[in-house]
Write a protein that binds this ligand. Structure first.
Ligand code: NI
Length: 178
């Protein structure tokens, strides 16, 4: 993967992270086929377990993820126009982070299981039921396509603290870089 050009990951508060992404259409096929491997390479390099197109400046409904444990063979997934078609009433709490808010983590409560529908790069329709980490990751990434960040799903108090801490750390980092 070393010859694949990595993409810069946009950080909070980049406006595109707050915009609703548009569905991938047939005319986007070439763009998406070029973008998907670069998004995967960028995600693995970070390292992260999921990445949504708006995070690399593309307002398209496209996500990539790989929730395999460290040491297991990679299991990359590319989901075009993913949607959650069902969610369990049962909820689960899991610690989440985001490549667009690096270094910050918070417990987020979401449905424990979801059913997701999407298309493969070749247009094939797919559907899957997910639980555990995969369910969390799918919901987190699909949220990005609607301009929603994991920080929107925690209490306002925790959100303010986390985002303030993040911006402060970013300021320190840019000062150190000067
Ligand atoms: Ni994220």
């Amino acid at each position: 993967m070393t010859d694949i050009l990595l993409l810069p990951v946009l950080l909070h508060p980049a406006p595109i992270l707050r915009a609703k992404a548009r569905p991938v259409a047939e005319g986007d096929a070439d763009r998406v086929r070029e973008l998907a491997p670069r998004m995967l390479a960028t995600m693995y390099k970070a390292p992260g377990i999921g990445l949504a197109a708006p995070q690399v400046g593309e307002g398209l409904r496209l996500i990539v993820l790989d929730v395999q444990h460290e040491g297991s063979p990679p299991s990359p997934m590319v989901l075009v126009n993913p949607e959650i078609v069902a969610a369990s009433e049962e909820r689960a709490i899991r610690e989440e982070g985001c490549l667009s808010i690096p270094g910050q983590y918070a417990d987020v409560e979401r449905p424990a299981r979801v059913k997701v529908r999407w298309r493969e790069l070749d247009g094939t329709r797919r559907e899957m039921e997910a639980d555990d980490l995969l369910a969390t990751c799918l919901q987190h990434e699909i949220d990005h396509l609607d301009g929603v960040m994991f920080t929107d799903r925690i209490s306002p108090l925790k959100r303010n603290m986390l985002l303030k801490r993040f911006l402060k750390e970013q300021k320190l980092k840019s000062r150190e870089a000067m």
